[in-house]
Design a protein around this ligand. Sequence first.
Ligand code: UDX
Length: 435
Amino acid sequence: MKVGIIGLGFVGLSFASVLGSKNYSTLGFDSDKKKSSQIKNGKPPFYEPYLEETLNQALRKGLEITDNIATMVKSCQLIFVTVGTPQGNDGSIDLSMVKSAVEEIGKHLKYSKNKPIIVIKSTVVPGTALDVLLPILVSKSRKKPGKDFGLITNPEFLRESMAISDTVNPHAIVLGGTKDRFMNAIKKFYENLHKNTPIIATNNQTAEMIKYTNNSFLATKISFINQISNICQLIPGANVEDVARTIGLDPRIGHLFLNAGPGYGGSCLPKDVAAIINFSNSLGINPLLLNAVKQVNDYQLKHVILTIKRAAGTLKKKRITVLGLAFKPDTDDIRDSVSIKLIQSLLKQGAKIIVHDPKAIENTKNIFKEKISYAESLDDALRKSQCCVIITPWKEYSKINERHLQLMEKRIIVDTRRILNNSKLKMNYYPIGIG
Ligand code: UDX
């Protein structure tokens, strides 16, 4: 079965690389020519563990990068759409990239005898496949769905920093569509690719809803523990780590996604919670709980700033070190990263900012340019610092030692991830969630 993939971001490039490396004949396409040629040369345009090796293996085996969608539509039995659906100002998602990908497919389908399955992996609100994308495909191709082509919704659950292992071993495969031969064919494809993964076959709109439910539940867990964490912080001696670890032992709760911190960020959770809120409102439903999840998350940044002020006093002209810029460790992605919002706020209050991150400095320079200082090492980041704020729990920050602290002008540490909680360092320590 020949596979086409349109959109080579985190999802598309990871998928293309894994399939190609497993010898699946795969065609990858991205409308960004620069990105496309970088990928062709084996260089991923972003940092993701194991991606470069997997991509290069794929390029030696089954993967080819093309700039021709017509060839893909003519020759591939499966065409995955993995383009982005960025967030609009009102929280709704911008469908323009998905629409134009589907338009292109439809245009070429018109002149092709091939009967492909078009698989939507991009995150779209319920109803999009049937109400928006299917009409485009039909009008551009003049072909019949269920006869000349299939349209399947196949949401993706991979995590950045774990993209390759999540693509190799997903926890579930969701297929939304009509029960027909196209559905059977894609089921077989996945049964073959992932021998032991449960496959859930449902309709398109339920598959679309599953993705939002999954991500908004994860966001709910994080906001819940952040709320508890803020309460713990005001109870002398209380520790949110022990609270989370213990409730996590209850199998009905589970221990994952209960790490209190500065709030969730990244390219998915904030966008998906906003989109499902916007979508619910459009249906006339007031999503009280989801609104609260978002509000708690927005508040968490203010909570971090209040903690910094309690620790360091007035911020004007204070030299503050921010450790961690990426929205989580093992990525260079700063989209919707709490660090970036924190720096913006600290700058407004007159602080002098010096930042460090093992991978995300270059991306951050594009935002702040000369307005902040960029440290190449932890030593440089902490030298003469009057307050250090740990945001992203990169492993190396848990190794901060007495020598590092000696470099600081004041030994004040605000630790939003409690990674130094068990150290015996002499410092004024302000952990989030510990009273
Ligand atoms: C998320 C979903 O996990 C994934 O299934 C979906 O496909 C895409 O969105 P990702 O954005 O890569 O993945 O990151 P994730 O690991 O979920 O973390 C998101 C944010 O939540 C990060 O800012 C992280 O620091 C924060 N987080 C996560 C916490 O603050 N506490 C936790 O316990 C877990």
